[in-house]
Design a protein around this ligand. Structure first.
Ligand SMILES: Nc1ncnc2c1ncn2[C@@H]1O[C@H](COP(=O)(O)OP(=O)(O)OP(=O)(O)O)[C@@H](O)[C@H]1O
Ligand SMILES: [Mg+2]
Length: 246
């Protein structure tokens, strides 16, 4: 995508956002009773308009993020990121949704797992999308199992659900822009989540993939290189302390 095209798409997304926000605000005026008495039936319709405006707003936001991400125009805010902490944050954020579906989110990770060098907000977005997808497919009262493992060079997060899984032929296509399984588009999703996840992993020099064995649900994994500079710093500090104590 050339630079002028990115600018046009960004402007388009930006211009779409303003009217959508004003639709939502107008609905809130009905909701708050600022425009006089509203019947229950009318409030129901206002609720539908609000929900659709919120979906549109999210889609426009995702679209803008994708344009930036694909262009490499997203400014990454690199920091020391603890992947298990990100999983906890997502679990807190999605707790009402998980509870409503009677789903449990379990996390297995070594207590001494070091942080990785990454953009924490972007990784929260990756994990949120993976969990949100799993929630949509997991049977009620099942578990969504997350594990984080690491070695000297990489850390890997794996998320396993117990839903219907993904046909082998689709395991790579699901990461394509706007790709969706049958019937998903009617639920207010737009097929951008996994595409965005892959773009974020690419930007971090990592990778993301899906596996699914018949009857075993879907398993998504991503791998990210650990910060070699931080590891070297930690080693240097440990050596210096050991020398001082000797
Ligand atoms: N855990 C899963 N189990 C089965 N199918 C899945 C799972 N996760 C994703 N998929 C399939 O991959 C498709 C693409 O997922 P993706 O997250 O990119 O889009 P979406 O969830 O449909 O929309 P969005 O994330 O933009 O709201 C889904 O529509 C679905 O068909
Ligand atoms: Mg999704």
């Amino acid at each position: 995508m050339t630079r002028p095209r990115l600018d046009v798409l960004s402007m388009l997304a930006h211009d779409l956002k303003a009217p959508v926000v004003s639709i939502r605000q107008a609905c809130a005026m009905f909701d708050d009773g600022l425009l006089g008495e509203v019947s229950g039936e009318q409030l129901e319709v206002v609720g539908m308009i609000t929900a659709n405006a919120a979906t549109l707003e999210r889609m426009v936001g995702d679209f803008l993020d994708i344009v930036r991400c694909v262009e490499g125009a997203t400014q990454l805010h690199m920091e020391q990121v603890h992947l298990p902490a990100i999983v906890h944050a997502v679990a807190r954020q999605l707790a009402p949704t998980l509870e409503a579906a009677h789903l449990t989110l379990t996390l297995t990770a070594a207590a001494d797992l070091p942080p990785v060098w990454a953009d924490g907000a972007q990784f929260q977005r990756v994990v949120t999308n993976l969990v949100a997808n799993a929630v949509r497919y997991a049977p009620p009262a099942s578990a969504i199992e997350v594990a984080v493992v690491g070695d000297a060079t990489n850390q890997r997060l794996t998320l396993q659900d117990h839903g219907p899984g993904i046909p082998a032929a689709d395991l790579d296509s699901i990461f394509s822009r706007f790709w969706q399984g049958e019937g998903v588009s009617t639920s207010g999703n737009c097929g951008l989540g996994l595409f965005l996840c892959r773009a974020i992993l690419d930007q971090h020099g990592g990778r993301i993939w899906a596996e699914s064995e018949a009857g075993q649900g879907a398993r998504f994994s991503f791998e990210i290189p650990v910060d070699r500079r931080a590891t070297a710093r930690a080693l240097a500090t440990a050596t210096a302390t050991a020398t001082a104590e000797a």
